[in-house]
Design a protein around this ligand. Structure first.
Ligand code: NAI
Length: 336
């Protein structure tokens, strides 16, 4: 039976890379009926709202969505459609596996990190105001309930995926109450998982340690803002944003998307690397129980990257998105 999945092409490089993913999944023989719906700027232009009701209804019906990146204007405009989706669907856990891939030039070759980012609160609640002219304030929200569920999620993930350690990343030396609560709840939850090692790191020290030797970390659990920043840093350790996938999970719904944004500097040029969204789609296929197809696509991407004849520019090649996708589709075909 066909799976039904909501597909949000997004904007910038989004439409180019989502089409590449659709081709790749088709080539692997997985039957998916896509509900194509817009969010962000294209949705505002068409419907006057960044996350239309029709999109929400589609995701609630299908339970699973694959999403291209969506531009969020800086310092003006509507609230981020990404943040709205995560909050409305209560997608509280953002998963970002960061793994070295043979054939992708990078600073390290044995990185195997998992970033778990709390997705619903912290400085992303968007509670900001002007107190008086020239004085502004943004509020960081940390609750016991959100800290509890994300800590549990991280330890459960560790158990399920045979991981050994969870490191909580915080700035509780300065934000003693808010990050202090995040840390305190983490320590309470950790006691219930004696089979998983648990420790914590202050975010600035973690940033240096990651750059010096990322192989010493296993799962990193972070709040929303530090999770965002550290994810991009970690992507830089394994070849860049073009190869790092992501997924947002709640108890009912899951939305799969790459770590990177809409890359306006290369949009419409057919040069974006679709690998990160393809890897995100692999997380989705596993979530849908399509393990064999996911394995086949993974091996095909690794081989295509390792052969190195069809690399996109971000990986040091000169191929277009379409040429890379053609080569990958051919490789998948040879394995079917
Ligand atoms: P970005 O991730 O879009 O781009 C950063 C750099 O990486 C750029 O030089 C870009 O060309 C390159 N890059 C990113 N993805 C690539 C790919 N697949 N292949 C080759 N090169 C790639 O970050 P930026 O420029 O800060 O953000 C642009 C927009 O995207 C902003 O409006 C931002 O809010 C939004 N954004 C959306 C996200 C989402 O939809 N989940 C996540 C992050 C940012």
């Amino acid at each position: 039976m066909a799976h039904r999945v909501t597909l949000i092409p997004g904007d910038g490089i989004g439409p180019e890379i989502t089409e590449a993913v659709v081709r790749v999944i088709e080539a692997a023989g997985v039957d998916i009926e896509w509900d194509r719906l817009q969010a962000g700027i294209p949705a505002v232009q068409e419907f006057g709202i960044s996350v239309p009701d029709e999109l929400m209804e589609s995701i609630k019906r299908n339970k699973v969505a694959l999403k291209g990146p969506i531009t969020t204007l800086v310092g003006k405009g509507f609230k981020s459609a990404n943040v709205t989706l995560r909050q409305k669907l209560d997608l509280y856990a953002n998963l970002r596996p960061v793994k070295s891939i043979g054939g992708v030039r990078s600073r390290y070759d044995k990185v195997d990190l998992v970033i778990v980012r709390e997705n619903t609160e912290d400085l992303y609640t968007g509670i900001e105001h002007v107190i008086s002219p020239g004085v502004s304030q943004a509020i960081k929200v940390v609750t016991e309930s959100a800290s509890l569920r994300i800590a549990r999620w991280a330890f459960e993930y560790a158990r399920k995926h045979n991981r050994k350690k969870v490191t909580l990343v915080h700035k509780a030396n300065i934000m003693k109450i808010s990050d202090g609560l995040f840390l305190q709840i983490f320590e309470q939850v950790a006691e219930r998982y004696p089979d998983i090692e648990a420790d914590d790191k202050i975010v600035d020290a973690l940033a240096m340690n990651l750059v010096m030797d990322p192989t010493r970390f296993d799962i990193l659990l972070l709040g929303n803002l530090f999770g965002d920043i550290v994810s991009d840093l970690a992507a830089g350790l394994v070849g860049g944003l073009g190869v790092v996938p992501g997924a947002n999970f709640g108890d009912e719904y899951a939305v799969f998307e790459a770590v990177h944004g809409s890359a306006p500097d290369i949009a419409g040029k057919n040069i974006a690397n679709p690998s990160a969204l393809i890897f995100s789609a692999l997380l989705m296929l596993r979530h849908l129980g399509e393990e064999a197809a996911a394995d086949r696509i993974w091996k095909s991407v690794v081989v295509t990257l390792a052969i190195g004849r069809h690399l996109t520019r971000d990986l040091g090649g000169s191929c277009s998105t379409t040429e890379f996708t053609d080569a990958l589709v051919k490789e998948i075909g040879s394995r079917t």
